[in-house]
Design a protein around this ligand. Structure first.
Ligand SMILES: [Zn+2]
Length: 820
């Protein structure tokens, strides 16, 4: 699963000046009993073998009628009973299959689990098949008293009555243990089963499930039955069904089907969004030396799916943020990381599966790291290293330094889906790869996959594979990074005296825990000449000496820039100049540029405008903008060039945005030329420029371009309309806001829209507006609402006060009560 909150964390933190001080334990309530509940791996009494389902749907009631034939066997010890997870169902019949007959079984049911008495005692490995006839009622599960399930319905009907404009569809979401809302199973990740699913649906819709579509049959009543079959075992949480009026855009990897299920409007761009998938399958198969194991790979987009994406075996579900039109894609495909993430799960997660949620990082760290691997291969190491940096910041800012990567104590299994399991896990894999080397790293992964394919695994089994391949004891690494928490804070100082360069490294983390770190140090003389030393940092303070006949021009600690650490690297301006020019990595240049920016070293900072990597050109422009250094003539002339010649649209847009701030009429032709650019970013920045030059015309300009306005252009237009518009613009603004996918930008827009609502008089509109904002706010996971809620409360108070003044006391109270 990929969770969207991990990317919105950055902007969420913008609203909190003290993001670094956030401690997650402060937010948790007084309920600490969980700290003493050891989360053991799930006992395997009966093992799933095969699951056969026949289902049909009642759109009016939002029910699913199900029949199941589930084959099991005692794992080892004999047993005469079977417990199945079955959440909130109506059970009509349970029987054991004996040849062609069904013999009823006794059972009890508490709305969460079925306890079934078998017809006899079965020996270990002795197979039996239980038949169940039931109704799944996903929306009524909550009535049975479990609040946890209310947010994990398992089976989702979107616009079931077809009464709104939204795409009518059905999809399922299993992880962690929600698929047992729609079929009785042992809903644990250490179970694996083959499957057959027959779905009867209105004939006008298409279906998607795991494995292959083996048969279709038209029925007399206007329905069609599709039979899907998966011959390879996978865990119940990876089962999937999707139904809807989708276009199926066909693609291939070698002879294997790779299909994209999208709404018809997006069929023409589906290959622009998902078209790298076959290349990704080939790339991952190659580096792992392990071919893609499954019979096909399909991807589908679901509306109202609030997580990012889910790696259902061969049937990945994406959130509607994946939908991008041709103009959005000009600025880059924002969904590429999610596509690689879910695909890589088909090795790490779907093929070898975490045995318990405690070991979730065995799924998620690899999926997270696959985003790096793919970017490195397709877009270059600088691009990948930028992601490494952002993900590391995401982890450091999440305030989770007290959490072990593998955690046997947690409050809720959903809490495992955090910046530790994902971001930190990915960074740890990057360090491990750097330490053992590429060939050992990928060979170890290959061994792990071969040993545990179609089985569950825990983190020690990964260690054993690495030890077997490298011949080294790696307990120190696993104990420190997998079964330990936190990260080092390093203070690094340098001096040179009498033929010796000295590097002093102090570990200053407040926990007092001391980390053991293999570190590469490059000692430079005269430009790019360097000598590499490998050292171990392993004490509270370590001092390293390097012979050098003259003072080195640069000593580059953590020369590969892989350490998961907070570093204070006390280099001089001269040394940072050398580092920018001669050290090879993205982070080398980024650190130097940030130093130049902070110290307003304009000529050196301007080097970044010509950096070979667009991300650093963009960062440089952002720094120049933040520090207001753009009026410097040498910088300005470069920015002017970038405004027309820069190949990367987002960088070009930033250059134009800076020119827009100058309100200089000479740029009017430039803005007029680019306001119709295919890139929303470039067009938006240009419109900003035009609006600044002709403030009286701004509103008309905004209206002129509002027909096709997403991304930056949409933001600029909304901002202009909010500032200059009237109550009559409400529908446009509401529409724009509600159609914007859950993203970083949406947080900013939510506040702009909320401020506009202060001025709106029509109480119905105000109510619609605040409800839409609350709908968005409720999609933000609880642990991040601490950043979001206080500023929302402030602006809601203003909306409420305005309504009080308008005499709408009820509405005013309603708004005041929303964020109590
Ligand atoms: Zn994932």
């Amino acid at each position: 699963m990929n969770k969207i909150f991990l990317t919105i964390l950055f902007s969420a933190a913008l609203f909190s000046a003290s993001a670094q001080d956030v401690d997650d334990s402060a937010g948790s309530t007084t309920d600490t009993a969980w700290r003493h509940i050891y989360r053991a791996s799930y006992p395997r009494i009966n093992d799933l073998v095969h699951t056969k389902l026949a289902v049909s749907f009642d759109y009016d009631k939002q029910w699913m009628y199900g029949q199941e034939w589930v084959t099991l066997q005692p794992h080892f010890y004999p047993t005469d009973s079977l417990t199945l997870d079955a959440k909130g169902m109506t059970i009509k019949e349970i029987a054991i299959i004996k040849g062609k007959s069904k013999i009823p079984l006794k059972y009890s049911y508490d709305s969460m689990q079925l306890r079934i008495i078998l017809d006899k005692t079965y020996k270990g490995g002795e197979k039996y098949t239980v038949y169940l006839d039931y109704i799944s009622k996903p929306n009524e599960v909550k009535q049975h008293g479990s609040t946890a399930i209310s947010e994990a319905k398992g089976l989702y009907f979107i616009n079931p009555l077809g009464k709104t404009n939204e795409h009518r569809e059905i999809w399922t979401q299993g992880e962690t243990e929600a698929n047992s809302v729609w079929f009785p199973t042992i809903d644990k990740p250490d179970q694996k089963t083959t499957q057959e699913i027959s779905m009867t649906v209105p004939a006008k819709y298409v279906t998607l499930s795991n494995g292959l579509l083996v048969h279709q049959k038209k029925n007399a009543d206007g329905t069609r039955t599709d039979d899907w079959k998966m011959d390879l075992p996978n865990s119940p949480y990876l089962f999937f069904m999707g139904v809807g009026d989708y276009a199926i855009v066909k693609d291939k990897y070698k002879n294997m089907d790779v299909d994209y299920y999208v709404e018809k409007e997006y069929a023409p761009v589906a290959k622009k969004i998902f078209g790298e998938t076959p290349a990704m399958i080939g790339f991952f198969s190659k580096i792992l030396n392990f071919p893609y194991a499954w019979p096909k790979y399909d991807q589908i987009v679901g509306r109202e799916y609030v997580s990012g994406a889910m790696e259902n075996t061969t049937a990945t579900l994406h959130q509607d943020g994946a939908y991008q039109n041709a103009r959005q894609l000009v600025d880059g495909n924002v969904w590429e990381d999610d596509i690689s993430h879910e695909l890589f799960h088909h090795w790490f997660g779907d093929l070898v599966t975490t045995e318990s949620w405690s070991n979730l990082t065995l799924n998620e760290s690899f999926a997270n790291y696959s985003e790096y691997l793919w970017r490195e291969f397709r877009h270059g190491k600088d691009n990948a290293d930028e992601l490494n940096y952002e993900d590391m910041q995401g982890y450091l800012m999440s305030g989770s330094s007290n959490k072990d990567l593998v955690r046997f104590y947690y409050k809720d299994k959903e809490d495992m889906f955090d910046a530790v399991s994902y971001n930190k896990g990915g960074r740890i894999l990057n360090m491990l790869r750097n330490y053992v080397g590429d060939s050992a790293f990928f060979k170890s992964l290959n061994e792990y996959l071969n040993l545990y394919k179609f089985k569950p695994a825990e983190a020690q089994q990964l260690r054993l594979a690495f030890e077997d391949v490298t011949g080294q004891d790696l307990n120190w690494f696993w104990n420190q990074w997998y079964y330990g928490s936190g990260q080092p804070t390093l203070n690094i100082n340098y001096d040179y005296d009498n033929g010796k360069e000295r590097v002093i490294v102090d570990q200053t983390q407040k926990t007092g825990k001391i980390f053991k770190l293999p570190v590469a140090i490059d000692v430079y003389s005269k430009g790019a000449n360097k000598k590499r030393y490998k050292v171990w940092v392993e004490n509270a303070s370590d001092t390293f000496y390097f012979n050098s006949s003259e003072k080195p021009s640069l000593v580059n600690f953590d020369a590969d820039k892989v350490l998961l650490a907070i570093k204070k690297d006390n280099k001089s301006a001269d040394e940072f100049e050398q580092q920018y020019q001669f050290a090879p990595n993205y982070m080398d240049r980024r650190e130097a540029l940030e130093y130049f920016s902070k110290n307003k070293m304009i000529p050196q900072l301007a080097w970044g405008l010509k950096d070979k990597y667009y991300g650093l050109r963009l960062l440089t422009l952002q720094n120049i903008d933040a520090q207001k250094l753009f009026s410097d003539p040498s910088v300005l002339s470069q920015i002017e060039q970038m405004a027309t010649k820069e190949p990367h649209k987002k960088v070009q847009a930033k250059a134009i945005e800076i020119l827009a701030r100058l309100k200089d009429n000479k740029y009017q032709p430039l803005f007029e030329k680019y306001v119709t650019d295919s890139s929303y970013s470039v067009a938006g920045a240009s419109l900003e420029g035009l609006a600044a030059l002709q403030p009286a015309e701004a509103y008309n300009l905004a209206k002129k371009y509002s027909n096709d306005a997403l991304g930056k252009l949409g933001e600029v237009i909304s901002a202009i309309i909010i500032k200059n518009g009237s109550e009559a613009d409400f529908d446009y603004l509401l529409n724009h806001f509600s159609n914007e996918p859950l993203s970083e930008d949406k947080i900013k827009d939510a506040f702009g829209f909320a401020k506009y609502l202060v001025t709106v008089k029509n109480p119905d509109n105000v109510r619609k507006g605040v409800d839409e904002i609350m709908k968005f706010r409720n999609q933000i996971p609880e642990q991040y609402r601490g950043y979001i809620d206080p500023p929302f409360k402030q602006v809601f108070a203003k909306i409420s006060a305005a309504q009080q003044q308008n005499g709408n006391a009820d509405l005013a109270n309603y708004i005041n009560g929303l964020l109590k």
